[in-house]
Design a protein around this ligand. Structure first.
Ligand SMILES: CC(=O)N[C@H]1[C@@H](OP(=O)(O)OP(=O)(O)OC[C@H]2O[C@@H](n3ccc(=O)[nH]c3=O)[C@H](O)[C@@H]2O)O[C@H](CO)[C@@H](O)[C@@H]1O
Ligand SMILES: C=C(OP(=O)(O)O)C(=O)O
Length: 426
């Protein structure tokens, strides 16, 4: 088992390049199931979720190659193989196999998804959508069984603007007969990216990125080539890192509009954010004012950035509050911060941090992906050595993080725990 070892307080400087968006990648790859010939996706991040999806597509008979960020998927020999266990449990987004396989084969058996535990993460809106399209859906021993004689377009109102449900219904509806209308759809940029891929495969989708999406079903979808959008959450993580411990850091390959809610909050804290065309530069920060955050669906402040952002709150002069309206239990990082010297507490869906407090290196555990990213930032800021365990969470979402941070001058290494124990015993 490997851990990250961080030697803190080294100032970061230079340029860091953002990879393709995880939350697009995990939907674009399953979308290829719907094509009748080869789909090529460029700019994919080298993260565990992408590798796991590659294996899943291979399990159902896909011919898949993945090199230098480009994945080529030949879906022609795929079959409707049941996937009740195994790889589907390793990531949240395996739920997209439901929509894509239902769309292509009119049946699928997919285990309930894994991914980060952030409180209950139901998929009732996905199922409501599949049922509205004519599928019979049952949950048998933790696997979802879907079957339809045919899929017919329908009007579906989402009770919550769910990213996953919006994309999953699009995947199931593109080959359905007639028109599907998704109301109260989510508006995240990743939804537009998936709609762009499906459209270039021959689908007819209007309104992606607004809260009403109209899909006119087509007979078949063909192969295509697509370049993924940059990861706004990875970009945001590095913007926060730059504000925390940077001496002038440029974040390259970012769409400034996608990180606007973070930019606004950083500016409110007194951080200078310089927006260039596809880059953002953050000069050295002298001091930070406390700000409160409320996470909301896009274009509100993303829940996926509240944990990394909280590191800045430990350094701001005063009290800051985070309210997560999306997830009930996304605060496990606070106890880890406190073990490094922070003064934070959690009350229901809210964390309250009193700053500024110097941070000291400690052995900490990444409870989930963004808690892990937050601990990397805290470790870079802290005095002494920080050891982060359960780094597989971090590697589900951050492509080549060690190499990228080393290039900025960070003291960070991925070390095998047996090496750590042996050295300490000596
Ligand atoms: C792979 C992926 O893209 N993951 C992202 C996606 O997750 P995910 O697609 O799981 O998140 P959703 O947008 O679906 O969830 C938002 C909220 O709706 C609730 N809900 C969702 C579906 C449903 O059927 N019923 C229901 O009640 C959830 O519990 C949550 O409170 O969007 C989240 C919110 O931006 C991000 O944190 C995740 O990084
Ligand atoms: C919660 C996240 O991912 P997932 O939905 O894949 O668990 C995330 O990316 O922060």
């Amino acid at each position: 088992m490997d851990v990250y070892k961080i030697q803190g307080q080294k100032r970061l400087q230079g340029t860091i390049k953002v990879s393709g968006a995880k939350n697009s990648a995990v939907a674009l790859i399953p979308a290829s199931i719907l094509a009748n010939s080869k789909v090529t996706i460029e700019g994919l991040p080298e993260i565990l979720d992408v590798w796991t999806l590659k294996s899943l597509l291979e399990e159902i008979g896909g011919q898949v190659s993945f090199e230098d960020g480009t994945m080529s998927i030949d879906p022609t020999a795929m079959i409707d193989m049941p996937l009740p266990n195994g790889n589907v449990k390793k990531l949240r987004a395996s739920y997209y196999l439901m929509g894509a396989m239902l769309g292509r084969f009119k049946k699928a058996v997919i285990g309930l998804p894994g991914g980060c535990y952030l409180g209950p993460r139901p998929i009732d809106q996905h199922i409501k959508g599949f049922e509205a399209l004519g599928a019979k859906v049952t949950n048998e021993h933790g696997a979802i069984y879907l079957r339809a004689d045919e899929l017919r377009g329908a009007k579906i109102y989402l009770d919550v603007s769910s990213v996953g449900a919006t994309i999953n219904i699009m995947l199931a509806a593109v080959l359905a007969k007639g028109q599907t209308i998704i109301e109260n759809a989510a508006k995240e940029p990743e939804i537009i990216d998936v709609a762009t891929l499906l459209t270039s495969m021959g689908a007819s989708i209007k309104g992606a990125g607004t809260n009403v999406i109209r899909i006119d079903g087509v007979e078949e979808l063909h192969g295509t080539e697509h370049t993924i959008i940059p990861d706004r959450i990875e970009a945001g993580t590095y913007m926060i890192m730059a504000a925390a411990i940077g001496d002038g850091v440029t974040i390259d390959n970012v769409i400034p509009l996608h990180v606007e809610p973070l930019t606004a909050k950083l500016r409110e804290m007194g951080v200078e954010v310089q927006e260039l065309e596809e880059k953002i530069h953050i000069p050295k920060v002298e001091s930070m004012k406390p700000v409160d955050i409320k996470t909301l669906v896009y274009p509100g402040f993303p829940t996926d950035l509240q944990q990394p952002f909280s590191v800045l709150q430990t350094q701001a002069i005063g009290t800051s509050v985070v309210t997560d309206t999306i997830y009930t239990a996304r605060f496990k990082h606070i106890a880890e911060f406190n073990s490094m010297g922070a003064k934070g507490k959690v009350e229901g869906r809210t964390s309250i941090i009193n700053g500024p407090t110097p941070l000291t290196g400690a052995t900490v555990v990444a409870s989930d992906l963004r808690a892990g990213a937050a601990l990397v930032i805290a470790g870079l800021l802290a005095k002494g050595e920080t050891e982060i365990h359960d780094i597989y969470h971090i590697e589900r979402g951050y492509s080549n993080i060690i190499e990228k941070l080393k290039k900025l001058g960070a003291g960070i290494d991925r070390v095998s725990l047996s090496e750590v124990v042996t050295k300490e015993e000596k």
